[in-house]
Ligand binder design. Structure first.
Ligand code: UD2
Length: 297
């Protein structure tokens, strides 16, 4: 459950006076259902850290490295240790079929890593989509006993700057960097076939969320992963695979169950895409990869 945002009075923090009139004007900072959209300049890291570090939270983090994707783990960890939830208890769960090829990682105090073996699958679509079932199982078996929040991340990614407690929320999603500017909702790559349980009709939908990052309170991510997997299985029974696998199911889930915090594209960029002026701080991005080289087929 959510905790009270109490200041830690043992630490003296002096920070800029908040204003209800002055702030960034080039971006929108709240959704129509009043969830904050997190951009640089909308939060004060000092205030956030003063409140959240006091709560002694544990943030579980799931990351899949199946097949050749193990090669991305080194950079993922090196950069996560520098920027991701620094000074929090972080428990990484790495799902891999190649535990022997895992890089050696130097984790800071308070940070742990557990390897969960998964089978090798031949279709990348299946690997990506099956993540929901593994996340659900890991939450039931381990994560729910020890963590407050969980973040589920793509491995072919790097952190570049602070990615901290400002990103925590009850149900957290990120705007996909490919569709944040002017794309009309009818152009979003949602699943458009009514036969799929991920279907979103034309004229509906809020944002296009990226499958590379989602999270929230452990119970909420359990609900999300369970429902997305049920729907993926139902589709499989009907011999249909959603356009963007679990990302399509995630989008459908988040259309119906609105996120309580939305991370701007600062929190998920793609390295091949030129930076735009609104993105003042690049925090996390997908690296450029040769699909033919890293995917099983
Ligand atoms: C998009 C999404 C991704 C996922 C996918 C669905 C973004 C930026 N990316 O990326 O999150 O929703 O579409 O199709 O929103 N993996 C392996 N081994 C494999 C293949 C995949 O471990 O052989 C894991 C790995 O953790 C990887 C993730 O699955 O990061 C997603 O796969 P991807 O990066 O190939 O998908 P991509 O880039 O098309």
């Amino acid at each position: 459950t959510s905790k009270i945002w109490a200041m830690d009075t043992t630490q003296k923090v002096s920070y800029k006076q908040p204003s209800v009139l002055k702030g960034r004007t080039d971006i929108v900072t709240v959704t129509p259902w009043l969830a904050p959209i997190v951009w640089e300049g909308t939060f004060d890291p000092q205030v956030i850290d003063n409140i959240f570090k006091n709560l002694k939270l544990t943030v579980a983090t799931t990351v899949f490295a199946v097949g050749k994707y193990v090669k991305f783990l080194q950079d993922f960890f090196d950069t996560a240790e520098k920027h991701f939830m620094v000074d929090f208890n972080v428990h990484y769960y790495v799902f891999t079929d190649r535990p022997a090829d895992m890089p050696l990682t130097n984790l800071k105090p308070g940070r742990r890593l557990t390897v969960i073996p998964v089978p090798t699958l031949d279709r990348w679509q299946e690997i990506s989509a099956r993540r929901m079932a593994y996340i659900r199982d890991a939450i039931v078996q381990n994560i729910s006993k020890e963590a407050d929040y969980v973040f589920c991340l793509d491995v072919d990614s790097k952190f570049h700057a602070r990615f901290g407690a400002e990103a925590l929320g009850d149900l957290v999603a990120v705007i996909h960097p490919g569709y944040y500017e002017k794309t009309h909702r009818d152009q979003f790559p949602y699943e458009r076939r009514p036969d799929s349980t991920a279907y979103i009709p034309l004229g509906q939908g809020d944002f296009y969320y990226g499958g590379a990052l989602f999270g929230g309170l452990v119970g909420n991510v359990l609900n999300l992963s369970t429902e997305c997997d049920v729907r993926f299985q139902e589709d499989a029974k009907n011999k249909i695979e959603a356009a963007w696998q679990e990302e399509s199911h995630l989008n459908r889930y988040l259309f119906l169950n609105k996120p309580t915090k939305v991370l701007s594209s600062e929190y998920l960029w793609q390295d091949f895409k030129a930076r735009t002026k609104e993105v003042k701080v690049l925090r996390f991005s997908g690296v450029i990869k040769n699909y033919g080289e890293v995917r099983p087929n």
